[in-house]
Each structure stands twice: as C-alpha cells, then as structure tokens.
Design a protein around this ligand. Structure first.
Ligand code: H2U
Length: 350
C-alpha cells in the first residue's frame, strides 16, 4: 500500500476509531502563496475585556491588577460542586448527576499576546500554573479528573482574544480520556510495555511525522490525525502527569508549546485557531502505570486563514476523513520557522 497514493484507513490506537485517508485528492501539501497580512492590532489592555487586569466580570467581581498568570472560578460553571448525588435508571434511559467545578486561567495580563507571542519564561509560568491547578483540584475529594484545555479563535467558538484557557474538574472521568486509558491498559497488559512509549519509539525511528523535538518532548502529527494539522506533544520519558516533570522538562514543555504555536501562526499568517488539551492520570488516588500524559491539538484550518475543514456529511454519518496525509502535514509544519512571522524583522524576539 502506498500512503501517498492509495485511499486507506488508519487506526487511532487511543480510541479504537478509524480515519479514512484520501491522499490521491491532494497529492501534495498546498504550497500556495499566503498573503502576508499583519495581525489585527489588539490593545495591550482592553477596557471592555472581562479577563484584563482591573476589569469587572459578568458575575460582578473585579479582576485584580495581576502581573503574571491569573486563575479564577468560572462565573458560569458548566458543572457545580454542590450538585446532589443522584441517578436516573429507566432501562434504556440512563442519567447520572455530575459534580465538579470550572476555572478560567489567564496566561498573561497582556490582552494582545498569545502563547506563541509570549517568551519561553512566560510560557513556563503557564506550565507551572497548569501543574499547580492539576495538583490542587485533583486533591479535592470529589474530583477524579482534571481536564485542562485552551479553546482559541472565533472559529472555535471563543469570542475573547485575551490569552486564556479553562479547566473542568469533575467527579467522573470523561469519555475520551477514559477510552484512551482503557486502550493503554489493554496494551500494557498484553505487551508489558507502555503503548505511547512504544508508539513514540516507532515514530522517532520513522521520522516522517515528527514536527520537531527538544530534549524532553516530541511534537508529531499522529499517524491517525483527523484534523489537517493536528499534533500531539509527547514527553519522551514515561510520565502519567505533569507533576512528574523535572525542572528541565517543564522548560522543554514550555518550549514545545510556544514553538508549535509559532509554527501554527506562521502556516497561514494568522492567529491560528485550535482546541488543545492535556490528558493526564485521573486524580482518584488509583495508580495508572499504563498512562503516558500527552497534549492534543485540534486545529480546524485547512487551506488558509479562512478555509477550514468541516466535520459534516460522510464524517457525521460514517467516519472521519482527511485528504492531506499526516506525513504531508508534518512536512509542512517541519519546514516552518520558529520565529513568529509578525516578528521576523524584530531582533528582540527571544
Ligand atoms: P472561552 O472564551 O474559551 O469560551 O472561555 C471563556 C470562559 O470565561 C467561559 O467559560 C467565562 C465563560 O463562562 N467567563 C467568566 O467566568 N466570567 C465572565 O465575566 C465572562 C466569561
């Protein structure tokens, strides 16, 4: 089978789902000219932004004059800490109550920055905050899973450009991380080896889907990627959560997060939209030797700052499908610069 010619399907080892790949439709990655439009100029502080320091939020509270990162309880939590336990069981109709809490994390007091435009040290402080929040929320007795994520760009339903992410911490392990845990557990019991350690070894030996690496982390387009420029960040050492990282690894993670953000923005000269999130051990006190923590990035753009991939038609009714292969996407991302396009002439970038 020729990956670059023949329609085929690939297995997602973390979910057990298949993705259809149709490389004959676009044999090469799109190399058309991208108009070099400047980024829309945002103010450093927006008096109308509910995340900027000193501004009031919809809930009536006022943000402090924070100077670094800032975290607060979401004023509109999707799940609440005091929901009474309960369930509904009428044969085919099943429901269970959900307890949890949601927080908002501001990555920077600067309204105009993004993870891609922040310094490595500034992104390191975001990594520290992710670790602290995972630790603090995970220690709460009713919290068994902590989902940290960032939803970026209007096209992803995020209306506020202020650099921020969210955390939903809850009682039950949600469906997708639970599936990934089950797949990794199954593999470990069969092979006496970590699935993602073995996967990483195979990817590093092959090289065609590696975007870049540093000492602690590998950034790659997964073999089973569904979104055009989907990537994963994988720690090279087997770790179940970010709590296990050394000081150097925290810095390497900040480097990886920052550089993939820069390359994404450089791809179509835009503030590249995406949803990204971290899958770590559940926080229910059990051991998860099978789990290898990782980041998923799901970006929707396909051909330009405005042409996106839609998951519709066949994909909603049958299965996910893509045209450009994971290898082509990795090659495109690999060739991009680590200097943000808006700062190409700015020597003070680092
Ligand atoms: P998104 O832009 O990714 O949707 O995140 C913004 C979050 O901020 C959203 O979950 C919360 C929303 O509930 N929020 C507040 O907590 N307070 C506000 O004053 C406005 C928005």
């Amino acid at each position: 089978m020729n990956f670059n010619e023949d329609p085929h399907r690939r297995l997602n080892i973390l979910t057990g789902e298949w993705v259809k790949v149709s490389p004959h439709r676009t044999k090469r990655p799109w190399n058309g000219q991208v108009e070099k439009l400047p980024l829309d100029k945002l103010p450093k502080h927006d008096p109308l932004c509910y995340l900027c320091p000193g501004n009031s939020r919809a809930g009536g509270l006022t943000n402090p004059e924070y100077k670094g990162t800032y975290v607060f309880d979401n004023d509109f939590m999707a799940i609440l800490p005091d929901t009474p336990a309960g369930s509904y069981d009428k044969g085919l109709l099943q429901a269970k109550s959900e307890r949890g809490l949601c927080r908002v994390i501001c990555f920077s007091p600067r309204h105009d920055l993004t993870l891609a435009l922040m310094s490595r040290e500034e992104v390191e402080s975001v990594v520290e905050l992710w670790i602290d929040q995972y630790d603090e929320l995970g220690a709460m007795d009713f919290i068994n899973h902590v989902q940290i994520f960032e939803n970026r760009g209007a096209v992803m339903g995020c209306s506020n450009p202020h650099p921020h992410g969210q955390i939903w911490a809850e009682e039950a392990v949600p469906h997708l991380p639970a599936l990934a845990l089950a797949k990794q557990k199954e593999y470990l019991s069969k092979n006496i080896s970590c699935m993602m350690c073995d996967y990483l070894e195979q990817e590093r030996a092959d090289g065609s889907r590696i975007v870049f690496e540093n000492d602690g982390f590998t950034v790659l387009t997964p073999f089973w990627a569904v979104w055009p420029y989907e990537v994963m960040i994988l720690p090279r050492r087997h770790m179940g959560s970010m709590l296990e990282m050394s000081g150097d690894e925290k810095s390497d993670l900040a480097d990886a997060v920052r550089r993939i953000g820069i390359r994404y923005d450089n791809l179509f000269h835009t503030r590249f939209p995406y949803s990204m999130g971290i899958h770590q051990n559940p926080t229910d006190g059990a051991d998860y030797p099978e789990n290898h923590f990782h980041f998923h990035y799901y970006p929707p753009l396909l051909r330009s700052a405005t042409v996106r991939k839609f998951m519709v038609g066949y994909e909603l009714l049958a299965m996910a499908q893509r045209d450009i292969t994971a290898e082509q996407a990795a090659e495109t991302l690999r060739r991009l610069s680590d200097v943000h396009f808006s700062r190409e002439d700015d020597e003070s970038d680092e």
